[in-house]
Design a protein around this ligand. Structure first.
Ligand code: MBD
Ligand code: FE
Length: 290
């Protein structure tokens, strides 16, 4: 029976200057920002590997997740982004960006992550039109409100509201061969009064794609893949900072445990029953501030 030695003999494997050597390999022409964040990234990933004594086999698992995400990513599926999302990285970056941007006491509409399913060039529509085609539903929703300047309260003219959500089967149009191209997407431009209105559906909770690396991560972490019912928006206007956001249905499951951590209290909305409108069963009112 020998006394326990205080010295950790494994530490001889770690050159105490190795991380410094890698950081200092950065050349003189790297920009200050690149130099700063590269040094920090190297420090953190080295510390991570050291603290957890990451083995080659474990490192290969992570490497394969990234490679698989790259192989799967195409214009219908941003798997790399989804992988970041399940680790909360996109939400964290959104939070940081929003904090850096807002120094006023009156605030613009809260932001929320873009997610992997936005598409460029959604159809431009006139106010009062619908983004729904080829879907029978008892959850048709009239969405309306105003876009205003958060400092002055005046209406914003020429604001473009880019909107998208999933079909009742939980699939975005580009994930689903049975939906028409650009279904459930549209862009609406405000006039002088800053008002907008259009028809959509009350969204449903849905599972993020889990047949790839993001799904493997969720499974390994014993987590479910569901997001609460949400509608996405990008709001842009000349002279204003864009607002990327989502609105959530207060009645939805998963508000407390969104698989991608995007829910903010101020973005949870009431879909109210709508009487006397043959075109919709629900009313959603939202005044955006930018
Ligand atoms: C989604 O539909 C989504 O909105 C986000 C943020 C991540 C994964 C799937
Ligand atoms: Fe989404």
């Amino acid at each position: 029976h020998h006394p326990v030695e205080a010295v950790d003999h494994r530490s001889h494997k770690f050159n105490p200057h190795f991380t410094e050597t890698v950081i200092n390999a950065t050349g003189p022409n790297a920009t200050p920002r690149v130099r700063k964040i590269a040094a920090s990234l190297i420090q953190h990933i080295h510390d991570f590997a050291r603290e957890n004594e990451i083995t080659i086999d474990e490192w290969l698992v992570g490497l394969e997740l990234m490679n698989e995400a790259g192989r799967m990513s195409n214009d219908r599926r941003n798997e790399g982004q989804l992988l970041c999302d399940v680790f909360g990285l996109e939400s964290l970056v959104d939070e940081i960006t929003y904090k850096l941007a807002s120094d006023a006491k009156d605030e613009p509409t809260a932001t929320a992550i873009l997610g992997p399913f936005w598409r460029e060039e959604a159809p431009q529509k006139k106010m009062g039109e619908t983004i729904v085609s080829g879907i029978e539903s008892k959850d048709r929703t009239w969405m309306h409100g105003t876009v205003a300047d958060f400092r002055t309260g005046s209406p914003v003219e020429g604001a473009v509201l880019d909107v998208w959500h999933t079909a009742p089967n939980g699939l975005y149009e580009q994930q689903d061969p049975d939906q028409p191209e650009y279904n459930l997407r549209g862009r609406f431009t405000t006039g002088k009064d800053g008002k907008y209105d259009f028809y959509c559906l009350k969204p449903v909770p849905y599972p993020i794609p889990f047949d790839g690396p993001a799904g493997k991560v969720l499974q390994a972490l014993d987590r479910h893949p569901y997001r609460p019912a949400h509608i996405h928006f990008i709001l842009t206007a000349p002279g204003y900072k864009p607002i990327v956001t989502q609105l959530f249905d207060r009645q939805s499951k998963y508000l407390e445990d969104d698989a991608v951590f995007a829910v903010k209290e101020s973005l949870i909305m009431d879909f109210k029953p709508l009487e006397g409108n043959p075109q919709a069963e629900f009313d959603l009112e939202m005044d955006f501030k930018m």
